[in-house]
Ligand binder design. Sequence first.
Ligand SMILES: [Zn+2]
Length: 451
Amino acid sequence: MRTLNYRRNIVGKAFIVLIISCLLLIPGYTLADTPNNSFNTTPLKPAYIDSLDDLVDVQVAHRLAPFHPLPPRTSNVDIVELLQQLNESLIQGYLANLTSFGPRLTGTEACNQSAHYLYEAFQDMGLAVRYHNYTDSTVSGSNVEATLYGSDSSNIFIICGHYDSVAAGPGADDDGSGVAAVLAAAEIMRNYEFYYTVRFVCFSGEEQGLIGSRHYAEDAYNSNDSIIAVLNADMIGFAPSASDGIKGKIFENDASEWIVEFTQDISQLYADYINIELFPQGQSGGSDHYYFWQFGYDAVFYHEYNFNDYYHSANDTIGNMNLTYSTRFTRLILATLAEMALQPRPVLEISSITGGLGITSQVTNVGEVNASSVNITISVTGGLLGLLDVSSTNGIDVLPPQNSLQSKAKLFRIGNIQIGVTAGASNADQVTKHATGFLLGPYVLKLVITP
Ligand SMILES: [Zn+2]
């Protein structure tokens, strides 16, 4: 009995030890498996809200169109020239100017002075600049936006950071580092011509719940702005050790995955100037990219690997930053932005819809580069109980500029019909056109394109 009891105890104890070991080991394994090895992690939420639940819930459809999977170009002459101009003293100068106003809590005089400084800095660069004012129940303020127009101004890329800080400190890293990146990118890019328009945007109201960027994204959405990518830099200058100085975080949603890949390609392509490996983190509600997601735009959030020990304190100073790291991280964002803005995209146009024997429609690539995986679909509806419903699709792998692809739908009945033609490509916006007609046997008569 005794022996048996003893053995039972041994087994019981061994079992308990095993359970405890598992409990200890499982989180240990999880930690080792994730790129983040710091317990002090990321800005989970803006400073002055209680939880992410306090952020406004927006329900709009993703824009769908701007998927942009082009690899970085192989010609890198211009980009290297840009990167060579981005050095520590440029970053340090902007940080010194920005922190000279003291804490930049939104609504305070120091914050307004900072906005004025940014406005004048952009103006001195020769860029089109404006205040984007917002009024909100929580806080009111101004974002500062500068624009570098591209030869195709219908598509827009954004680099952004927030210039407001918490009341407790000078916000050198949070987010002077991001604003310095925006200013440095503007200062360098302004001397070059880009294919697409680039906006350099500094938000306020971030710490109160992403207020400035929410209004900005909402206004962009309501204006139907075609923003292809938003690159948000928030806290990219803290790296106390050498190993922290070669790593960075990037937060993304599924739709923005392509920006992560694009940035990683850039990081390798210009490794000599950048030398930062990026670790994707998934979604975050902790910074200004968030409402771009909410309004259906693609956006990412760049962030230091080792979270700042002096976050939201009086010690978030330039002295506690790693300017070499900040400079390299800024180069990564600059090169990504510049490469994206230099990439021309194909543009599809439905050039004709004609009747006669069946319906024939044609899509033309009116852009400057090849369109990939192009398809055109003609859908016909009409007749009693949809008796006339029919659709016809044609596709092609590559459609060069100024070339067309045709699709033909054949029918045989009588009645009024509605026609919808849709064309898409993996690297271009989808386009749609509608028409009406009358079907008499195999012939489509009175075909009229709907304006
Ligand atoms: Zn921040």
